[in-house]
Design a protein around this ligand. Structure first.
Ligand code: DNO
Ligand code: MN
Length: 359
């Protein structure tokens, strides 16, 4: 297992690489180039510069999150070929610079959706939450809410330039149901996986967050059956998964421990987002907030999560997912320094206990 920490790059971050280096038990940074427009090639010299910066403080850059997929590919427009060719070139450029895993998602229009970006917790901290009744019918209302709540921070997956064309985005998905979206994902994977195999890169799809349809848009990576379908659709270890425990568990009928165990055993989990969530009304709704990482703070058993990985031979990359905002920190929702660092200490502690248990 290699422990990592997501970092958006020095021009985007208040958190420094030196701070990340001082978190005990971090091996590497999960990096990205936030300013490359979706669909364009990531220039190799930019990747090399990022890698030099990260390696300069003694950390590694082996995972990228995300290389986003252009909506023309997801919607299956005839213009997709150009974007697929660009994606393949980005894969080659990343591979040249030592990248092993690329995280991506296949959610139409929006990446993750939450109703609250700073939901108050009794201990004084705040966190991301999802309350179904707070989700507006009009996604523009959500966009405005996000823009107000985050100051100058661009939320990953909610890039303003792209979402400015939200009407157009919804239009291109008209008539694209789940079946068509699946066909478009298969076309994408069949086009890129040979390149990945050639250059030793593994793709790792992030599950839908939340794992059910919102705003009438189709969603296809929601649970065990979808992941099984994905693995079979293009049967290569290069076609893998980012198992995000929080996202999968947002549908309480998903058995997150069994899913982790099965797909680790099948060699398809290349990257894990470990986070806990707390159901607000268990049995009544799917509402939740993102809790601190500890089992006792949320509804998931983080020991069982780490055990499912450990006992099935997980040897990929892992990172704490979102953290709460604590100790007065402000900034990009979910991506502060302190709570994610605490998450790392805890996850590493669980892992050490598992290693020493003397199985
Ligand atoms: C939210 C993240 C997602 C994730 C993408 C992966 O903060 O979990 O934005 O990075 O869905 O493509
Ligand atoms: Mn995640």
């Amino acid at each position: 297992m290699e422990m990592t920490f997501r970092w958006y790059g020095s021009s985007e971050e208040r958190i420094t690489l030196r701070q990340i280096r001082e978190i005990p038990g971090v091996d590497g940074v999960v990096g990205c180039l936030m300013d490359i427009p979706v669909g364009e090639v990531w220039p190799e010299e930019r990747i090399a510069a990022l890698r030099r910066e990260i390696e300069g403080v003694g950390l590694t850059l082996k995972v990228i999150e995300s290389v986003n997929v252009h909506d023309d590919i997801k919607a299956g427009l005839s213009t997709r070929d150009r974007y697929i060719a660009n994606y393949c070139q980005t894969i080659r450029n990343l591979a040249h610079q030592g990248i092993q895993v690329i995280c991506y998602n296949f959610m139409p229009v929006f990446d993750w959706v939450k109703s609250d970006l700073s939901f108050q917790l009794p201990d004084g901290s705040n966190t991301l939450a999802f309350r179904g009744r707070e989700i507006p019918d009009d996604p523009n209302v959500l966009l405005e809410r996000y823009a107000q709540g985050t100051g100058n921070y661009v939320l990953p997956g909610w890039e303003p330039e792209r979402l400015a064309q939200i009407k157009h985005l919804f239009e291109i998905y008209r008539g694209v149901g789940e079946e068509q979206l699946r066909a478009n994902l298969v076309h994408f994977l069949e086009s890129i996986i040979p390149t990945c195999e050639e250059c030793g890169v593994r793709m790792a799809i992030h599950p839908d967050d939340p794992p059910y349809s919102l705003f009438g848009l189709p969603r296809i990576i929601k649970g065990r059956e979808d992941l099984d379908w994905l693995c079979r659709a293009v049967d290569s270890p290069a076609n893998g998964i980012t198992l995000c425990t929080g996202s999968i568990a947002e549908d309480p009928s998903n058995d997150v421990y069994a899913i982790l165990a099965e797909f680790t055993r099948r060699g398809r989990i290349h990257f894990v987002h470990a986070r806990n969530i707390k159901y607000l009304e268990p049995g009544k709704s799917r509402d939740f907030y993102e809790a601190g990482h500890l089992s006792r703070d949320g509804s998931l058993d983080m020991f069982k999560i780490m055990a499912a990985l450990h006992d099935n031979g997980f040897d990929g990359f892992i990172r704490p997912d979102h953290g709460r905002m604590i100790w007065g920190e402000t900034g990009r929702a979910g991506y502060g320094l302190y709570d994610r660092a605490l998450g790392i200490a805890y996850l590493n502690g669980l892992w050490e206990a598992l290693e020493k248990r003397g199985a």
